[in-house]
Every structure is written in C-alpha cells, then in structure tokens.
Design a protein around this ligand. Sequence first.
Ligand SMILES: Nc1ncnc2c1ncn2[C@@H]1O[C@H](COP(=O)(O)OP(=O)(O)OP(=O)(O)O)[C@@H](O)[C@H]1O
Ligand SMILES: [Mg+2]
Length: 271
Amino acid sequence: MTTREKTTVIVFVNNKGGVGKTRYTIMTANCLAAAGYRVLVTDMDFNNSSSYYYLDEEGMAKSIKSNIKAALSDEGNRLYDFTLPTIRKNVEIIASSRDLSDLRAVNEKRLKNMITTLNGEYDFMIIDSQPSYDNLTLNAINAGDIIITPVLKDLDSFNAAAFLRRKLETETSKLPNWYVTINGYNKRYEEAAGGRQKEYVEEFQKAFRTTPKETWYPWTTDMTELKDMKKKLSHKPESDAICNPALYEAVVNLSECFLEDGEYLAGGEAF
Ligand SMILES: Nc1ncnc2c1ncn2[C@@H]1O[C@H](COP(=O)(O)OP(=O)(O)OP(=O)(O)O)[C@@H](O)[C@H]1O
Ligand SMILES: [Mg+2]
C-alpha cells in the first residue's frame, strides 16, 4: 500500500459535453487504485455517470443522503463524512446528486477550503465535472492541483479549450496547472490518406499545453464495455477483462503524469 502525505487533486473539466471527462476519471482512478494508491472519486456532474459506475444498488441508496451536494451544504468541512465505498478496491466516492444544480451559486472556493481535511486519508482525489461553466465547475477547478481538459479532434473542442483558457486566466489562478489531452488518437491511422488526426494534434499542441507524456487515448468501442459492463482493462488476453494494449498503455502513461519523481506504476495487472 502506497501512502502520500498530501492528497493530489486531479480535475477533468470541459464545458463541452461528451469529450471523455467521465471515462478519464474512471480509467485514471482504477489505474492508480490498482497500483495501491487510495483514490477518492468525486462526482460533480448532476447526471451521476461516475456514481452509477462505482456504486451498486446499496451504494446508490446511500448516496441519496451522502453526496457532494450534502457535503457542500453542510456547515462542517468534513468531506470525509460523505464518502462511500465502491465496487473497486482502493476507490471511494463522493457521489453526485440530481439536486446539485441547486448549488450553482455556491462560493467558488467552497470545495477547495474543505479538501485539507482529506490529507492523509487519500493519495488522489479525482473530480469528474459537468459540461458547463458555473460556480460548481469553478469549485472543481479551484480545488485542483492538476486540471485536465480532454478534447476530441474537432473545431468545437478547440473552441471550448480556448474559452476555458481565457476563463482560467481571468477568473482563477489555475492556468499554470492546466493541460489539454487528446481523446481519440489511433496510431494505426497515423499515415492514413485523408486522415486529419495529425493536423488536429499539431493545432492543439501549438495552441495549448498538452499533458507531459503524450500518449493519447485511442478511440475504441471497448470503452462502452469498460464503462457499462464494468469490465477490467488488460494489456494481455485474460478471462473477464477487455484486452486493449493501446488503451492500457495510454491510461498508464497519463496516470504516471500525476506521480512524483521516483514514483512509478508497477505491475501490468488488469484494472
Ligand atoms: N476514447 C474513446 N473511445 C470510444 N468512445 C469514447 C472514448 N471516449 C469517450 N467515448 C464515448 O463518448 C461518450 C462520452 O464520453 P464521456 O461520458 O466519458 O464524456 P463526458 O465528457 O463525461 O460527457 P458529459 O459531458 O456528458 O459528462 C461516451 O459514449 C463514451 O463511450
Ligand atoms: Mg461525464
């Protein structure tokens, strides 16, 4: 079991919807947890996607009372009281709530001020955020040590990232903590005639700071099984796991960006 003194907060954020925030949250959390880190996923999207993934029926029932809206509304700062165990070892969750949007005017640093109570309890807190930009999104951003914006290879994603950069610069102090990562880069199509993925990646790299280890998640239908069937991801054929070496390598590479010098992800096991 690995332990760190301070909880590192990773936030996946994009005001554009459907870019992979929830998939990145789940993949990163499962990868770090399999390496022995204690991970707290926090679902800040009232659509509850991460909560549905991590909680069984009993957990979902508990989340009616124990969720991020209740935590942010509580007079105390004890985030820890609102955590729930999940279907994955080493992963706990603060679930979301359909009523979270009631808090859209909450103080934009409320969550940040609560996080110190987590130090020593978790190595990583990973926040999945909603596809919008309001005080709830700002709570996630302001709480983050590392802020990642997944983007698809399209103009809408480029424009959304440009919008977010402007907001981070003018409304927060978090621009230096912000990185863009490209969701949907398939190596085997690198040289395909007419394919524009290289051009898009170059545009993103020119305009934004991209994540340090530049291995992008490939676009793959395996994502559906991994999320909806809650299957594990493996880099070799294994019963009951989805074998996808390219995705596995990309998830490990991105997760290693969150480690400090001297730390590494041992293993090769399915997560
Ligand atoms: N790398 C990928 N390969 C294949 N499908 C993907 C990939 N990333 C995301 N998807 C698909 O795109 C859709 C959106 O992904 P996801 O829910 O993770 O995005 P999101 O940013 O969290 O969306 P929302 O803004 O609605 O919360 C899902 O159907 C998912 O399966
Ligand atoms: Mg989502």
